[in-house]
Write a protein that binds this ligand. Structure first.
Ligand code: PLP
Length: 248
């Protein structure tokens, strides 16, 4: 399969995803301009990112530092038009590298990572957009503040009880610009009620910190539910690029 046909394939996939976003916005009475598509390119080559960039995709996400850093370096993007996002689980020892290529980190889930990312951003002379990832698994909702461990069925993130303190830490952290909330729908539960809880949390934080406007929610399988409940950023991988090899 040559690159021209891959470009055509990606163009068709992109048109279909954009149509889904527009339809979901219409159903929700929302302006499609309020929903940004973030293409999750993990496990796909830099050439695919270049195709997407040529098709006017600006926001691209990776979930691993090593793969992300290598892909950014391999991408031909002389005008710096691409905005790279980090959406994976973040380890403190990766922060120094992540701030060199990611302009937005969606997955701040504990205080130590907020502090490490802040230190790294200041050291690199950068400002990084930061979202607190919320664990929407039902069992996480009853976790006390500071309670340990991810909830069963959870997809990572801080327990809702810990979110206000983490959000405040991000707001106070030099080098970080607080943007909002992110979540991945829990496994084995309908996404809509989970995303509705995320929207409530986001609204509560916005009341105190009006600049925290982003709600990053929704993927290939549930972007409609996410748009319905107010997502501002949907993170779409397989509907755009195809099914990932099982490692993805
Ligand atoms: C892989 C990934 C996505 C995209 O998932 P698809 O189902 O392929 O659209 C979105 N968010 C995160 C955090 C991911 O790791």
């Amino acid at each position: 399969m040559g690159s021209v046909s891959r470009r055509e394939e990606l163009a068709a996939n992109l048109a279909a995803v954009r149509a889904r976003i527009v339809a979901a916005c219409e159903a929700a009475g929302r302006d499609p301009a309020g929903v940004t598509l973030v293409a999750v390119t993990k496990s796909w080559p830099a050439a695919d990112v270049e195709h997407l960039a040529a098709l006017d995709v600006r926001d691209v996400a990776e979930n691993k530092d090593q793969e992300g850093a290598a892909k950014v370096a391999a991408c031909d993007d002389p005008d710096g038009r691409l905005r790279w996002h980090f959406v994976g689980q973040l380890q403190t020892n990766k922060c120094r590298s992540v701030v060199t290529w990611a302009r937005v980190v969606h997955s701040l889930d504990r205080r130590r990572v907020v502090d490490a990312l802040s230190t790294a951003a200041v050291g690199a002379g950068r400002t990084v957009g930061a979202l607190v990832q919320v664990d929407l698994a039902p069992a996480a909702a009853s976790r006390a503040p500071g309670g340990a461990g991810p909830a069963p069925g959870g997809r990572g993130g801080a327990a809702p009880a810990d979110v206000p303190a983490l959000a405040a830490a991000v707001a106070d952290a030099p080098g970080l610009r607080r943007l909002g909330r992110m979540a991945v729908a829990p496994r084995g539960a309908p996404p809509a009620p989970a995303f509705a809880r995320l929207a409530e949390l986001a609204a509560a934080v916005r009341a105190e910190h009006p600049a925290a406007l982003w709600v990053s929610a929704g993927m290939t399988g549930d972007l409609e539910e996410a748009v319905q409940t107010g997502a501002t950023h949907v993170r779409v991988g397989s509907a755009l690029l195809g099914a990932r090899p099982s490692t993805g």
